[in-house]
Design a protein around this ligand. Structure first.
Ligand SMILES: Cc1cc2nc3c(=O)[nH]c(=O)nc-3n(C[C@H](O)[C@H](O)[C@H](O)COP(=O)(O)OP(=O)(O)OC[C@H]3O[C@@H](n4cnc5c(N)ncnc54)[C@H](O)[C@@H]3O)c2cc1C
Length: 258
């Protein structure tokens, strides 16, 4: 038996790609009738994709179980050597090959405040703490979820502040983190959407059917259509779909026009 381990490091991250890699790897092995490989995910999360709440975690756990993927939660990867991955606070798993997400750290910049991991503190409009006319958005900030869609939303909040300061007729809106994750599973993709400011009860999960449009992996009001156009995706949702355009506020009942 060979042991393939996918693992998420400690600290701020975006763990979804790790689950995706594990699911796609087992699909690859099954399609080629390759046996004798045991796949394990090791994560510091309490539950798989805990960011999206208990319902999403249960759905992802089911997917992993169906593929025979072992799940070890509440453990950090420390060192891979001699066919084992050592975990903290305790334990080991057999590991012939380990695929790990990077441990993220900011690169401190002269004159810019940062926390112990090098990340820059900002307010909800992206203003850097203690500085005038200095803004930050994206992975470099102290916001704990490092995801491209969120980075685009932060950038938008910053752009609105700068535009308003320059006299443009806009009312700057604070960054409100709407997390959208497209999980490629090897079968039907899973679409997960949650409003991080409102908690996991506000998560929507859909299998197969997109719940945002364009249905990409990097979701931003301008970035998603830009990328979709270059990827050849039709920009208007197909008739009958429940997907809504990126940036439509779903916190209150609304009529959606396609
Ligand atoms: C494996 C993996 C898969 C992912 N998949 C997704 C996904 O499907 N969807 C999603 O939304 N997010 C995904 N993410 C997260 C996403 O990549 C990041 O959140 C996003 O790229 C952050 O954008 P950013 O502009 O803040 O930083 P970055 O994309 O890191 O851009 C920062 C840029 O600044 C440059 N730079 C750094 N220092 C300096 C300097 N001193 N001077 C000049 N330039 C500098 C860097 O070279 C880099 O080009 C994934 C991450 C990983 C690791």
């Amino acid at each position: 038996m060979r042991h393939l381990v996918f693992t998420v490091p400690g600290g701020a991250s975006w763990p979804l790609p790790l689950y995706e890699l594990a699911l796609l790897a087992t699909t690859f092995l099954a399609e080629r009738h390759l046996v004798g490989v045991e796949t394990t995910i090791v994560t510091p999360e309490d539950r798989p994709l805990a960011l999206f709440g208990a319902g999403a975690s249960a759905a992802v756990a089911r997917m992993l179980a169906e593929r025979g993927i072992e799940l070890v939660t509440g453990r950090y990867p420390v060192e891979a050597a001699h066919g084992e991955l050592t975990l903290a606070p305790s334990g080991t798993v057999l590991a012939d090959l380990v695929v790990a997400l990077p441990r993220l750290r900011g690169e401190p910049l002269d004159g810019i405040p940062h926390d112990a991991d090098g990340f820059v503190p900002t307010d909800p409009h992206g203003r850097i703490a203690g500085l005038d006319d200095a803004y930050a958005a994206g992975d470099v900030t102290t916001f704990p979820v490092k995801q491209g869609g969120l980075a685009a939303q932060q950038a938008r909040a910053v752009a609105e502040m700068i535009a308003a300061d320059a006299g443009a007729p806009v009312t700057p809106q604070p960054f409100r983190p709407i997390l959208r994750g497209l999980l490629l599973t090897g079968a039907e993709p899973a679409y997960l959407r949650t409003d991080l400011s409102r908690g996991p009860r506000h998560t929507t999960i859909a299998l197969g059917e997109p719940i945002w449009w364009p249905p990409g992996k990097i979701v931003g009001r301008h970035l998603a259509p830009y990328l979709a156009e270059r990827g050849g995706v039709v920009l208007a949702p197909p008739a009958g779909t429940t997907a809504v355009a990126v940036e439509v506020d779903l916190s209150t009942p609304l009529a959606v026009e396609h």
